[in-house]
Design a binder for this molecule. Structure first.
Ligand code: GUN
Length: 300
């Protein structure tokens, strides 16, 4: 532990190392992997995330396109867009940015994306495969959390991991990934009684709720590893854009007790994007191999 408290886990640096490996593998493929991101509406935060994903993918040699649809788009038109992308052999990866407007049936949209192009890992087939420990395409944020722990040398097997938040995007898939690595996992949520008594038992504490200041120093055991998945915009007149980003954890005070902690920004965020690139690479490799097999089979 350094003088100011626990080590800061540098997600940006770890993501850069992941990207180097991905870039090298992309260069080996006969065709560059292609991803299309579908953005419905003009939510400012979603626009920022989508452009970060696009820039990141291009940076490692992938083709990246965006389809933008108006916020009042019909469900039929959105599903028809996904059908077109499903059929396009140059699109290996499809990501529909969430949240979607209220009139759209999110489940129907996520089910429409072909499982082999579903780089979010949100299709029911991929969710089921994750449950069985057989998934290739695993949701990017929890995959990034696990990679951060592994690359930082944190022992997962036998650790008590406490996850605060039970979303389909982070909490639930992360519980599966940690269980597969032999952690003892507790998942807490808004109806959990005695939250602090549970978080204080954590060797690995993950906050994924979206509430600034949720995790205070009193809720953390000495020597815990703390992973902050929250990305919250809080008003700040000193900032040029009028807000600053913070996580769910009271970073300065919790750092005093933690063995290691991720910052916001610069912790989990860059890893989510790196894992999206990795999933896009995996999807492209699998599709290009399948196409090669089909062509060889057809030539016989
Ligand atoms: N919105 C917030 N996180 C995510 C994510 O991981 N994938 C998608 N598609 N939308 C999101």
């Amino acid at each position: 532990m350094s003088a100011g408290g626990g080590t800061i886990i540098d997600g940006k640096a770890i993501a850069e190392r992941c990207k180097e490996r991905i870039r090298a593998q992309v260069a080996q493929l006969p065709m560059p992997p292609g991803i299309t991101v579908v953005l419905v509406g003009d939510d400012p935060a979603s626009k920022v995330y989508v452009s970060m994903k696009e820039v990141g993918c291009r940076d490692v040699g992938m083709r990246s396109e965006q389809v933008t649809l108006p916020k009042d788009v019909s469900q039929e038109r959105l599903l028809a867009t996904i059908d077109r992308l499903n059929e396009d052999p140059e699109v290996h990866a499809i990501l529909v940015q969430l949240p979607l407007p209220g009139h759209i049936d999110e489940g129907a949209v996520l089910e429409r994306v072909r499982p082999e192009k579903d780089v979010d890992g949100f299709h029911p087939c991929n969710v089921g495969l994750l449950q069985l420990g057989k998934a290739t395409l695993v949701p990017c944020t929890p995959k990034g959390v696990v990679r951060l722990l592994e690359e930082s040398g944190v022992a997962i097997a036998g650790a008590h991991a406490v996850i605060v938040g039970r979303s389909n995007i982070v909490g639930k898939p992360l519980a599966q990934l940690l269980l597969q690595r032999d952690a003892t996992v507790t998942v807490c949520h808004s109806r959990t009684k005695g939250l602090a008594a549970l978080t204080r038992q954590a060797d690995i504490l993950v906050a994924a709720v979206g509430r600034p200041g949720l995790i205070t120093a009193e809720m953390v055991k000495d020597g815990a590893v703390v992973i902050d998945v929250g990305v919250n915009r809080v008003e700040d007149a000193h900032e040029k854009r009028g807000y600053r980003l913070c996580g769910d954890v009271d970073f300065a005070r919790v750092r005093e007790k933690a063995r290691a902690i991720t910052p916001v920004p610069g912790g989990v965020g860059p890893m989510t994007i790196a894992m999206l690139m990795e999933n896009t690479l995996l999807a492209a490799q699998a599709q290009q191999q399948a196409r090669g097999r089909a062509q060889r089979g057809g030539a016989r």
